[in-house]
Design a protein around this ligand. Structure first.
Ligand code: ADA
Length: 576
C-alpha cells in the first residue's frame, strides 16, 4: 500500500476493495481492516422501553441514534433494550462506538460486557459462537443516580441510546486489539514508534509474525509468542524518510498498520492514520512543529438539533466548515471525548483539537462519590487509548471546572494529570478551571487554562478580569506556563433583537460582549489563545432550565440548527 490514505478505498497486495457502503454506520471514515472481516451492525433494531413514560409498544429505531430523536421519547429518562438478529458464528467481537450512558450487552442470553459512560468505545467478545441466527441485545440506561458520578444533571443533556456506530467483527485465534503510532522528530527526518497489542483468544500458546507498517516503511517481527488468552505488545521504531509534516494548513496523513501473519499468510490486521508533528511546551509558549501556537477556536458540544448527540457525519463536517469559515484553527471537545469520525474529519480538514475526558463542574461532594475517580480514570484511559493516533489532537483536557479549591479535589486533579502523563508523553495536558479564587492546581498542569465570563456573569471589564486572574495564577505557581482562555462568551436567543443593543439575550448585546472579550484575550501577550463558549446552542437538563431560556445554553454563535446569529460575522471578522 503506497502513499497517502484515500478514505473508502483500500489497496493491498494489488487488489482494490471498496469498503463499507453504510457510511453513517462506520466507526471511522476510512477502512480499518483489510484482512479482518467486519461489517456495520444492522441499521434498524427493535427498541423496547422498560420504565414508565416510555413507548406503549416496541418500535424500530435506527442505530446509531439517540432515543430523544423519537418524539414520544423526547424526555424519556429510563431503561430500554435494543435488539437485532444476526447470522454469525465463530469468534465474534462486537465493537460499540458509544452507548449513552450505561450498557449491558447480551448475545442470546449470555452477558458479554458492561460499560459506563457515553463517550468512549468498548468491545464485547464472544468466542466460539455456534453458526446460525443469534440475538444481540443491548440494555441501555440513562437514569441519574449515585452509581453515575460523571453523568449528572448538568448544563448539557445526557441522552439515551446506542448513539455511536456498532461494528460486528469475525476473528480468528488472535487479533490486533490496539495500534499506537508516535511520530518522533529525529536528527534528520522522522521516525514512527509503532506499538501493537496482540490479543489471543486461544487456550493454547501461539506463535505468529507481526508486520508493522508506518508511512510506507515496514518491519516484520518474527516469532512473536502469544500466551493463552493473553495480550502481547510488539514495539518497533521505524525510519520514515521523505514524509511531510501535518499542520492545519497542510494536514498530510499517512497510514499505519499491524498485520498478524501465520505461516506467511495474513490472518488479522488493524489500520489507522497518523501525522508527523510535534507539540511542546516551552516557557509560556505552546510550540506546534517548533512554532508558537495562537489558538482561535470554539468550544463545541457534540449535539445537533433533532439528532441530539448522534450526529450524522455530514453535520459534523458542516460544523468544521463553519469554524473554518470563521478562521478558527482549533476546537475543544467540551466536556467529553468525541466521536472518532469527528476527529477523523479534523485530522483530514486541518483543525486542532483539545480533547477532553468526561466531567463538568463537579463539586467536592460529587467528587467524593466513591465512583467518581474510577469512572474518571477509566474514561481518561479509554479516551487516550482510543484516540491516541489523531494528529489533530494537540492537548488532553480533564475535569472541567471541578472542585480545585480543596485538598481532596486538588488531589483528584493531580492523579488525573499523572495518568495523562503516563499514557501519553507526546502531548501536554491541562484542565479548564472555574473562575473563582482559590485554585490549588495552577502549578500542576503543563498549560494553565481558565474559563472566565466578564461582562456576562459579572460586569468587570475584560482586561481587569484577565489581569487579576494572571496575578492569581502567578501567586499559585502557574505564572511561567502557557495560558489558554478555555471559555469566554455570552448568551443570545436566536432572533432576539434590541434596538439599543443593551439587553442581555439580544444578538446585539452578545456581539458587544464577544468583541470586548476576544479583543482583550487575543491582544494579551501572555495568552496562547481562546476558545469561545460556544459554537452552537445546546439542550440542557430540566433542572437547569431557570437560568437557561428555552432549556438551552444559548451562548452559541449559531443556534442548534446552525442558523447564524449576528455574532457569527463578528467572530469571522475578529479571527481573520
Ligand atoms: C462553564 C462550563 C460550561 C457552561 C458555561 C456557561 O464555564 O464549563 O459547560 O456551563 O460555563 O454557559 O456558563
Amino acid at each position: 500500500m503506497r502513499g497517502i490514505v484515500n478514505p473508502g478505498i483500500l489497496c493491498y497486495n494489488g487488489s482494490i476493495k471498496l469498503v463499507y457502503e453504510r457510511k453513517s454506520a462506520m466507526q471511522r471514515l476510512f477502512p480499518t481492516h483489510f484482512i479482518r472481516e467486519s461489517s456495520p451492525a444492522p441499521a434498524l433494531w427493535t427498541l423496547t422501553t422498560l420504565d414508565d413514560g416510555g413507548l406503549t409498544a416496541p418500535m424500530k429505531a435506527l442505530v446509531p441514534s439517540a432515543w430523544e430523536s423519537i418524539p414520544a421519547l423526547h424526555n424519556y429518562r429510563g431503561r430500554a433494550a435494543y435488539e437485532c438478529r444476526l447470522s454469525c458464528g465463530g469468534n465474534m467481537r462486537f465493537r460499540f462506538g458509544g452507548v449513552s450512558f450505561r450498557a449491558k450487552v447480551y448475545l442470546d442470553d449470555a452477558l458479554l460486557a458492561e460499560h459506563y459512560n457515553a463517550f468512549t468505545a468498548f468491545e464485547a467478545v464472544a468466542p466460539d459462537v455456534p453458526y446460525g441466527e443469534h440475538t444481540l441485545r443491548v440494555e441501555v440506561d440513562n437514569r441519574f443516580g449515585e452509581d453515575s458520578a460523571l453523568h449528572v444533571p448538568n448544563d448539557y443533556y445526557s441522552y439515551g441510546g446506542v448513539t455511536r456506530p456498532v461494528e460486528v467483527e469475525y476473528l480468528g485465534d488472535a487479533y490486533v486489539r490496539q495500534l499506537h503510532v508516535t511520530p518522533i522528530r529525529a536528527a534528520e527526518g522522522w521516525q514512527a514508534k509503532v506499538e501493537a497489542v496482540i490479543a489471543s483468544l486461544s487456550s493454547a500458546p501461539l506463535t505468529c509474525d507481526v508486520r508493522l507498517e508506518a508511512a510506507d516503511s515496514e518491519v516484520c517481527v518474527e516469532g512473536v509468542e502469544l500466551a493463552p488468552h493473553g495480550e502481547t505488545v510488539v514495539i518497533r521504531v521505524i525510519d520514515c524518510p521523505d514524509v511531510q509534516p501535518w499542520c492545519v494548513d497542510s494536514p498530510v496523513l499517512y497510514s499505519a498498520s499491524a498485520v498478524i501473519e501465520a505461516e506467511g499468510e495474513p490472518v488479522d490486521d488493524l489500520r489507522d492514520r497518523f501525522g508527523f508533528r510535534t507539540v511542546e511546551v516551552r516557557g509560556k509558549d505552546i510550540l506546534f512543529n517548533g512554532e508558537k501556537l495562537i489558538i482561535k477556536g470554539f468550544n463545541r458540544h457534540e449535539e445537533y438539533g433533532p439528532f441530539a448527540c448522534a450526529i450524522p457525519v455530514e453535520a459534523m463536517a458542516h460544523d468544521i466548515h463553519l469554524m473554518k469559515d470563521m478562521h478558527c484553527n482549533a476546537v475543544r471537545t467540551c466536556h467529553y471525548p468525541n466521536d472518532p469520525r469527528f476527529l477523523d474529519l479534523c485530522d483530514e480538514m486541518g483543525l486542532l483539537v483539545w480533547e477532553e475526558s468526561h466531567a463538568r463542574g463537579l463539586s467536592e461532594k460529587q467528587m467524593r462519590n466513591p465512583n467518581f475517580m474510577p469512572q474518571n480514570l477509566d474514561c481518561t484511559r479509554e479516551m487516550v487509548a482510543q484516540h491516541y493516533n489523531h494528529p489533530a489532537i494537540f492537548i488532553w483536557g480533564c475535569l472541567n471546572e471541578c472542585a480545585d479549591d480543596c485538598d481532596y479535589g486538588a488531589d483528584c486533579f493531580r492523579q488525573t494529570y499523572r495518568l495523562l502523563d503516563e499514557l501519553d508523553e507526546s502531548r501536554p495536558m491541562t484542565a479548564a478551571l472555574l473562575e473563582r479564587p482559590g485554585s490549588r492546581v495552577f502549578a500542576d498542569s503543563d498549560v494553565v487554562s481558565i474559563n472566565i465570563y466578564p461582562q456576562w456573569y459579572h460586569n468587570t471589564p475584560v482586561k481587569t478580569c484577565m489581569e487579576s486572574k494572571l496575578q492569581e495564577i502567578k501567586l499559585g505557581g502557574g505564572g511561567d506556563k502557557p495560558l489558554i482562555v478555555s471559555e469566554i462568551g455570552g448568551g443570545a436567543v436566536y432572533g432576539c433583537h434590541d434596538p439599543l443593543g443593551e439587553s442581555k439575550w439580544s444578538e446585539e448585546r452578545q456581539c458587544t460582549i464577544l468583541r470586548e472579550q476576544i479583543e482583550a484575550v487575543l491582544s494579551h501577550p501572555d495568552c496562547s489563545g481562546i476558545f469561545i463558549w460556544q459554537l452552537a446552542d445546546v439542550r440542557v437538563v430540566e433542572e437547569w432550565a431557570m437560568g437557561r431560556p428555552r432549556t438551552h445554553n444559548n451562548k452559541g454563535v449559531v443556534n442548534e440548527y446552525r442558523q447564524p446569529k449576528m455574532a457569527y460575522k463578528l467572530v469571522r471578522e475578529l479571527f481573520s
